[in-house]
Write a protein that binds this ligand. Structure first.
Ligand code: XIL
Length: 373
């Protein structure tokens, strides 16, 4: 990877951090503080902070993308760079170059950074499959969380500690998605992960991040019900938890369940938990090809969703899972049959804002006066 026209400052920063895995170029990321970065911490006053998932490699190689992130984001979150697979590839080896670079980049630009994620079934390195006792599983989970969270203590104010705890179609709160953690620790992995994170960084907000809770249908009813039960059971046992993350991968061809979602959010609020929108995008694989029509439909789906949420709670943040259609996970799973590129994000592949961007901007301010907390 090379960076166009590096300044002397870039060069010095790069040389200072030179190491394996392209660390020289990655560490130079921290030197890209631009004037646009002199922002109020947490974003413009009165507005819900907006942010995006980012890719460290693209921030290094793609200047226009990097500038768009700095200009538009109050918050960033690593799309993959803080997952187990990335930071803990071998049992006794951690690899923090990319995560460090993102944390530095955020700090240098006055952007907040969220952590994602500590206890998930996905993106697990192969070595974890060899864990073969309860004691070993607990020790590995705890040491991992201690190592990662302590490295960024005081720098990551909010962690997705638990990601996607429930199976696709749960019966109740005990229907946990199978993982190396449930295999050896059962449901105990949740309090272990949450308590360990809280012990290591008592200031960070602990988030349980979940998906597919916004649509109409029996599966989504079951997911909403199981999620509330799970939150209650954690609360009943005094397990520390501050917020629920709604991933909000919105499928344009599924019907939103306004009542179901609002009832979930009222339950979440009654448990005194905050709500964050953590991974918003609109999955457009089944929408018409015409771009004007498609962008309008995508924005409309997000508008209905944000209105439904914001009528009941003021989300602490709205993050999309990527800023620009140039870098999106959507085609990996939801490629269009007509071969046209997906358009799930607020900026198009040329980094021009789309109607979805305007909708997010509108909702960031719309309910500002209604909500005080
Ligand atoms: C996805 C990333 O976007 C991909 O790049 C990666 O290969 C797999 O994970 N829900 C989550 C995210 O919580 O971590 C997932 O991110 C998308 C779905």
């Amino acid at each position: 990877m090379s960076i166009k026209a590096p300044t002397r400052r870039d060069f010095l920063a790069g040389a200072a951090g030179a190491g394996v895995l392209g660390a020289a170029t990655l560490s130079s990321l921290s030197a890209f503080a631009t004037p646009a970065s002199h922002r109020a911490p947490g974003g413009r006053a009165g507005l819900i902070p907006y942010g995006s998932a980012v890719r460290a490699d693209a921030l290094v190689t793609d200047v226009a993308y990097r500038e768009a992130i700095v200009t538009n984001c109050d918050i960033i979150v690593a799309e993959g760079e803080m997952k187990w697979l990335d930071v803990h590839p071998e049992r006794n080896a951690y690899r923090f170059e990319k995560a460090d670079a993102l944390v530095d980049f955020a700090r240098q630009n006055g952007i907040e950074i969220r952590g994602h994620t500590l206890a998930w079934y996905g993106a697990m390195p192969a070595w974890t499959a060899a864990i073969d006792s309860r004691a070993e599983a607990e020790a590995e989970l705890v040491v991992h969380i201690e190592t990662v969270v302590s490295r960024y203590r005081g720098q990551i104010p909010s962690w997705d500690v638990v990601n996607e705890a429930l199976v696709d179609w749960p019966e109740d709160a005990t229907s946990l998605r199978p993982s190396i953690w449930t295999r050896w620790l059962g449901a105990d992995y949740l309090p272990i992960a949450l308590r360990t994170t809280a012990a290591v960084d008592p200031e960070t907000r602990l988030v349980l991040n979940e998906y597919d809770v916004e649509f109409r249908g029996a599966r989504f009813d079951a997911r909403r019900k199981a999620l509330v039960q799970l939150l209650r059971s954690l609360r009943d046992r005094d397990v520390p938890l501050h917020a629920v993350g709604l991933q909000s991968h919105l499928f344009a061809d599924r019907a939103l369940d306004r009542e179901g979602l609002q009832s979930l959010l009222r339950d979440v609020a009654s448990l005194e938990l905050d709500v964050l929108i953590t991974e918003l995008d609109v999955i457009d694989d089944r929408l018409p090809g015409d771009i004007g029509e498609r962008d309008g439909r995508v924005a409309g789906v997000a508008r209905d969703y944000l209105e439904t949420v914001c009528e009941v709670v003021r989300p602490k943040a709205i993050l999309t899972w990527g800023l620009s259609d140039r870098y999106t996970w959507v085609p990996t799973y939801f490629k269009r049959h007509d071969g046209m590129p997906n358009r799930p994000l607020p900026f198009d592949a040329d980094l021009e804002p789309k109607p979805l961007f305007d909708v997010i901007e509108e909702f960031r301010g719309k309910f500002a006066s209604r909500w005080t907390r």
